[in-house]
Write a protein that binds this ligand. Structure first.
Ligand code: GMT
Length: 376
């Protein structure tokens, strides 16, 4: 199959899922064309059958806001025509579904180009519901030839909030279980924990929805009883306030702000516990990556997270903002090796049995085939 994929190429769960999906599809023999404004960050361009087409957005003094959506639509139509794409698969509805819809209409006089929209989370729960985007988001989702969502929760939200009646197929987030694996010896941990401290990790885009300041507060509580250090991986608007809070709570020497990292599969296995105190997560890809690495998540009971983590079996789920409860869970995991071992093992099992690439990628291939058959 010839597939065109569009996503946000920078950091963020939807771009990661789209990029990993493209690489897995290419490994299975499909030709995959990324149509994005920059090279997706986790994309290995050396993989055979991966192609990259940059979207150039020209500016003009008249444009206060350069029309990215239009440049993307033109590029999609151009690539689809030149490389005989079978379909477009866009990740994150806003504005990618609108561009795909336009590309489809541009080519309609000569051929039908189906497009599939995958909903990831904030495109529905935050951005899409904003009054300035609501109707166009609903319209472009409904015009999609196929719709997928990454959790049952998000499907429910899409139906409830947007009143979409088209079929929405749930295809959950996935992880490459060969790449993301446990490191029981944790040899590389010495670089971050020179005195044998236990490591806690948080990875996100440091947006308010991720509540990175809660991580600092939780860590400050944990540190009262356990020798530990906290790795804060990623960057975004809440990084400065989080650094400030670490100084205020006098834990700055044990909190390492690492910024954006390319190979998180090398970092995550060094930790014992992952903190994911988010206000909302439609799935929580980072918790899945942690579980695949034998790192136990302490998370919040929001959105689609309970579809991944089973409370007290392979992770802990607490209320948003309940610092004391999350700190107590993290502390338990750091002092009770037997508990940690049992939960880490259960998490790895859950990841491999339910969310490995070989379980999920075929669901996307099946969906592509169904959409193409329906278009015949
Ligand atoms: O929240 C993020 O990390 C960014 C966002 C995105 O779209 O890039 O992530 C969403 O998509 C991920 C991959 O499908 C999900 O695992 C995240 O739960 C989801 N984030 C939210 O719903 C807040």
């Amino acid at each position: 199959m010839n597939v065109g994929i569009t996503c946000y190429p920078t950091y963020g769960g939807s771009g990661i899922v789209a990029t990993e999906l493209g690489m897995e599809l290419a490994a299975r023999g499909h030709e995959v064309h990324f149509i994005t404004y920059a090279n997706p960050i986790r994309l290995d361009p050396d993989i055979p059958r991966i192609h990259y087409h940059e979207v150039e957005v020209s500016t003009y003094p008249l444009f206060q806001y350069p029309p990215y959506c239009l440049a993307l639509a033109s590029r999609m139509a151009e690539v689809a025509e030149s490389y005989k794409l079978d379909l477009l698969h866009v990740h994150y509805a806003v504005p990618h579904a609108v561009s795909a819809m336009l590309a489809q209409q541009m080519l309609a006089p000569t051929r039908w180009l189906p497009f599939i929209t995958t909903l990831h989370g904030t495109d529905i729960t935050l951005v899409g519901v904003d009054p300035s985007y609501f109707s166009i988001t609903k319209f472009s989702i409904e015009k999609s030839d196929g719709i997928t969502s990454i959790s049952d929760y998000l499907r429910g939200q899409t139906v409830e909030v947007f009143g979409v009646t088209n079929e929405i197929r749930v295809i959950k987030n996935f992880v490459n279980c060969d790449l993301y694996r446990s490191d029981n010896e944790k040899k590389g941990a010495a670089a971050y924990a020179p005195n044998g401290e236990k490591l806690i990790i948080h990875l996100s885009n440091f947006r308010p929805v991720k509540r990175p300041l809660d991580c600092i507060r939780i860590f400050a509580e944990v540190r009262k009883t356990v020798r530990a250090r906290l790795l804060m991986v990623g960057d975004g608007p809440e990084r400065g306030p989080a650094e400030h809070l670490a100084r205020m709570l006098k834990v700055q020497d044990d909190v390492i702000f690492m910024g954006k990292q390319n190979h998180v599969e090398r970092l995550i296995p060094l930790a014992h516990v992952l903190l994911m105190p988010s206000e909302m997560e439609s799935f929580g890809l980072v918790a899945l990556e942690a579980m695949a690495c034998g790192v136990v998540p302490v998370a919040t009971r929001v959105g689609g997270v309970p579809e991944l983590i089973t409370h007290e079996e392979d992770g802990f789920l607490e209320q948003v903002g309940d610092i004391a409860a999350q700190a107590a869970r993290a502390t338990m995991l750091l002092i009770d090796d037997e508990l940690h071992y049992r939960m880490a093992k259960a998490g790895r099992w859950n990841a491999t049995e339910r969310f490995c690439t070989d379980r999920i990628i075929p669901q996307y291939e099946k969906h592509y085939a169904d959409v193409l058959n329906a278009a015949l």
